[in-house]
Design a binder for this molecule. Structure first.
Ligand code: AMP
Ligand code: ZN
Ligand code: FE
Ligand code: FE
Length: 287
């Protein structure tokens, strides 16, 4: 039995609907799937229903944009109570900042005499958590760029004229936010950021786990993080980080996490919840 604990849909910057994503999970015989859209849980109810219809265990999650000591850390939250008021309120505030960022990016593009409208970006995004890929798609659909790559190269990537950095919450705050919503906090794809140097700080802040297996991790990266997980007594997770079709084929299925790691996550949650009288994660998928 295998799982994929890092997946995106069109509720953030992925292209699959929750139903398409669940159907792809079924195709790869996944026993469990987590939805980890950026700074949102908006797709979780539909993903829960789609997974239930296909007999796949669903783990509600998110991927929070955070930083610690100036290092960007993507924090995965798992087994979240998606009705948790504080988490919803803070994610909502964060989403408004993301939406404001779209206006800023579009204003910079307009300064270059390209009449892109923010409304066309929001129409394409059609979600609470828009980002640069939606601006890229709007530039292509509006005929201002031929490809997404061109949109990023000319306007959107760092040091280009329409680059606006993304707001980040403090990782310490993100971990606490995930915990108070009944979840586990995991550092995503540590090899992609300079996460290694801040792992001790994250552990101190209450980090529960580390994403050892990821599409962009080499076998030696995974080995190094497995060793670190042991050293710091952290849970081990993994996922494809599939955003939909990528170079002709979706990433889902490229990372298959043995189900025993999920059992370990549930044991850790049970322990914490027993200490604070919260319900067991075995019932977490019934949302
Ligand atoms: P944001 O979160 O709004 O800063 O956007 C980050 C997203 O942009 C990530 O999901 C990247 O996959 C995507 N991205 C970065 N560079 C490119 C590119 N050259 N072409 C397409 N997507 C990109
Ligand atoms: Zn993404
Ligand atoms: Fe990420
Ligand atoms: Fe991701």
């Amino acid at each position: 039995m295998f799982a994929d604990l890092h997946l995106h849909t069109s509720f953030s910057d992925g292209t699959y609907s929750p139903e398409e994503l669940a159907a792809n999970g079924k195709k790869h015989s996944l026993a469990a799937m987590a939805l980890t859209d950026h700074d949102t849980m908006e797709g979780c109810p539909r993903m829960a229903a789609a997974c239930e219809a296909l007999g796949i265990e669903f783990i509600p999650g998110t991927e929070l944009t955070s930083e610690i000591k100036g290092v960007e850390v993507h924090l995965l939250g798992y087994f979240l109570d998606i009705k948790n008021m504080r988490l919803l309120k803070e994610i909502g505030d964060f989403q408004r900042v993301r939406q404001q960022r779209i206006y800023e990016i579009v204003a910079r593009i307009n300064e270059l005499d390209i009449p892109l409208k923010a409304e066309s970006v929001f129409a394409i995004a059609n979600c609470q958590s828009p980002g640069r890929p939606h601006v890229g798609r709007a530039l292509v659909q509006g005929g201002f760029c031929r490809t997404m790559d061109e949109a990023f190269e000319r306007f959107l990537k760092k040091y280009r004229p329409a680059y606006v950095p993304k707001a980040k919450m403090s990782a310490r705050h993100g971990i606490e936010l995930i915990h108070q919503a009944g979840g586990l906090a995991v550092a995503a794809h540590p090899a992609l950021n300079q996460t290694d140097e801040v792992i001790p700080k994250l552990v101190e802040a209450g980090l529960d786990g580390i994403e050892c297996f990821h599409t962009k991790h080499s076998p030696s990266d995974s080995k190094r993080y497995l060793r670190l997980a042991e050293q710091y007594n952290l849970l081990v997770t993994g996922g494809s980080d599939c955003h939909g079709m990528s170079k002709g084929k979706p990433l889902i299925g490229s990372v298959k996490l043995p189900y025993e790691y999920i059992e370990k996550m549930k044991v850790a949650l049970d322990r914490r919840r027993a200490a604070s009288n919260q319900p067991s994660p075995g019932k977490a998928q019934a949302i």
